[in-house]
Design a protein around this ligand. Structure first.
Ligand code: ADP
Ligand code: ZN
Length: 561
């Protein structure tokens, strides 16, 4: 199918498109010729032979004559009529049997063959190339990564041993691709991996191990690998990967934290030393309906609100930001701060119950995460998971209402929709929203382009595999302090510049000038100050730990250097 699409695309571009126009005009000419002959046939039969025929019969006669089939069931007896028959047959031979195939060959087949013969996939990168990223394995995650790399002008190359894929990437998408076997040392040498910035292995655990071993025998370039099975992390490390990303487990965790309605401590996404980052739905807390300033989260709990999610859009809040029913706040603080928050918001809703549709690796990771909290959950899958012996799932097709009811959709407080089919995920989101209007739905988007549709179908939160994966990889490439907290948010270190020595945090203007929040101060020889007060004095050389979006981070780097 892909092949047909790519060939169609070829015909719709450049010279082939011109040729297509010629062909269409030729067909128009043939149609006109056949219609005229059919009408003329009717007229001559009537005038010369005294026979009445329908247009369809005329058409039939013209086609049999032009294609030299000549059934002989309708004939002309008069000389002028026979002359007409001869003309129709000869023009059929010329226009249908000679010109048409000749045109098809010279206008389409020959250029197509020429195009195929001409395409020589690259077998290596340019000889002076350095600082490039080499990517093994094309999927929505690495595709999303390439968009980020492009926007930062970081050169990258895909490696594939699939000729069709190479042709498609190169010719249609303008993506740099090297054709060859990823685990072949000769291919890796031609990729100049020794001068590359990073190698990204995203080909399944066994192939990744192979690539990493080969690459390690050649150079020390850092390697990041996405691992499928968490038990294989150790093998990939042993093979020589510097960063092994259990993406499915991370996605499971992201889905689970967002689906539970329990208190703040159940929503911790990640930690950074003693600092914990948690996401908390505002729904059901005393903050709902207030602005950030009115909620005074900082005063009541000591936590800093560093981000706001509103139906999939992440932003850095200002005091006037309203906290609506659908808002999710991202807070940073210590364990004690989060406990204080739980006192304000209530610890947990006793009867929390999360339904998980899809017990693949991601669904299983979400279940394991909830189990540790502990939050009760029910799994539904059409088949048992061969990799998991711990969880028992309701087995059945979740498109059936009775299966969903059996899995207690009506009582569930949260729902995680995580099959590997976005169409099915959209359907489950819609169906479950109807069965239970109050359930908190968190859906997984396997492809970025389906995020919007999942929100439209009624999801409260959508976790996109591609953008989560690409963010993690990008943070690794940029050597961020923390690999990943929450989508769209970065945590990074930056030293206090000499110009700010002695100023208080408030007067430094860091927040006003860059939008970033200082979440900790690291002074050598002293204990880290977590969530410093605005009156804290800054000392040149102290490390600031900041949180902000990618643009804010860039602003920070410009302003603080
Ligand atoms: P991943 O490992 O990325 O989570 P999988 O392909 O392993 O992806 O998991 C998807 C899971 O979703 C599979 O276990 C599959 O059986 C399940 N699934 C897909 N369609 C349905 C459906 N209609 N009803 C129930 N489960 C489904
Ligand atoms: Zn499981």
């Amino acid at each position: 199918m892909k092949f047909v699409v790519s060939e169609m695309a070829y015909f719709l571009r450049g010279r082939a498109r011109q040729n297509l126009k010629v062909l269409l005009s030729y067909f128009a000419f043939l149609t006109a010729l056949i219609v005229s002959y059919s009408l003329l046939f009717q007229y001559l039969q009537r005038r010369l032979e005294g026979e009445e025929h329908s247009f369809i019969t005329g058409f039939y006669w013209v086609i049999t004559a032009m294609t030299t089939l000549g059934y002989g069931d309708i004939t002309f007896e008069s000389d002028p009529g026979r002359l007409f028959s001869a003309i129709v047959t000869i023009s059929g031979v010329i226009f249908l049997l000679i010109f048409l195939p000749f045109g098809m060959i010279s206008l389409f087949l020959a250029p197509w063959i020429e195009n195929r013969m001409r395409y020589r996939p690259a077998h290596g990168v340019p000889p002076e190339m350095e600082g490039h990223v080499v990517i093994f394995g094309l999927d929505p995650v690495t595709r999303a990564l390439t968009r980020k790399l492009k926007s930062q002008d970081i050169p990258f190359f895909f490696v594939t041993e699939n000729y069709e894929e190479a042709l498609r990437l190169d010719e249609q998408e303008g993506t740099k691709v090297v054709y060859g076997s990823p685990a072949d040392p000769q291919v890796l040498k031609k990729l100049r991996i020794e001068s590359a910035r990073y190698l990204i292995a995203n080909m399944g655990d066994t192939d990744n191990t192979n690539i990493i071993l080969t690459a390690r025998s050649l150079c020390k370039t850092p390697i990041a690998a996405i691992v499928e099975e968490p038990e294989h992390i150790e093998f990939l490390r042993l093979a020589g990967a510097d960063q092994v990303i259990p993406l499915k487990r991370i996605l499971g965790r992201d889905l689970a934290t967002r689906a539970t309605t329990q208190g703040a401590l159940a929503h911790v996404l990640d930690s950074f030393g003693k600092l914990l980052v948690a996401e908390l739905p505002v729904h059901g807390t005393p903050f709902a309906g207030l602005t950030l300033a009115q909620a005074s989260v900082r005063e009541r709990t000591g936590l800093a609100v560093v981000g706001i999610w509103e139906r999939g859009d992440f932003s850095i809040p200002v005091p006037e930001t309203p906290l609506g029913e659908n808002t999710v706040i991202v807070v940073v603080g210590t364990q004690e701060h989060l406990e204080a928050l739980e006192k304000v918001t209530g610890e947990k809703s006793e009867e929390d119950l999360v339904l998980i549709i899809g017990h693949g690796r991601i669904g299983c990771a979400a279940a394991a995460f909830l189990e540790r909290r502990p939050v009760p959950f029910i799994l539904v899958d059409q088949a048992p998971n061969p990799h998991c012996s711990e969880h028992i799932a309701v087995i059945g097709d979740a498109t059936s209402r009775s299966i969903l009811q059996q899995a207690a959709i009506e009582e569930a407080k949260g729902l995680i929709v995580t099959t590997n089919d976005d169409g099915a995920n959209i359907f489950f989101t819609l169906a479950c929203r109807r069965l239970n209007p109050h359930v908190r739905i968190v859906s997984r988007a396997n492809r970025e382009e389906n995020v919007e549709q999942l929100y439209t179908a009624g999801a409260d939160f959508v976790v996109s595999n591609a953008s989560v994966g690409a963010n993690i990889l990008m943070n690794i490439l940029e050597q961020k302090a923390s690999i990943f907290l929450s989508e769209g948010m970065n945590v990074f270190r930056s030293p206090v510049p000499a110009s700010m020595n002695g100023k208080t945090l408030r007067n430094s203007g860091i927040r006003d000038r860059t939008g970033c929040t200082v979440i900790a101060l690291e002074e050598s020889g002293k204990e880290t100050t977590i969530l410093p007060s605005p009156d804290e004095k800054l000392t040149a050389g102290t490390n600031l730990i900041l949180i902000g979006s990618a643009e804010q981070e860039a602003a920070c780097r410009r302003n603080l250097s």
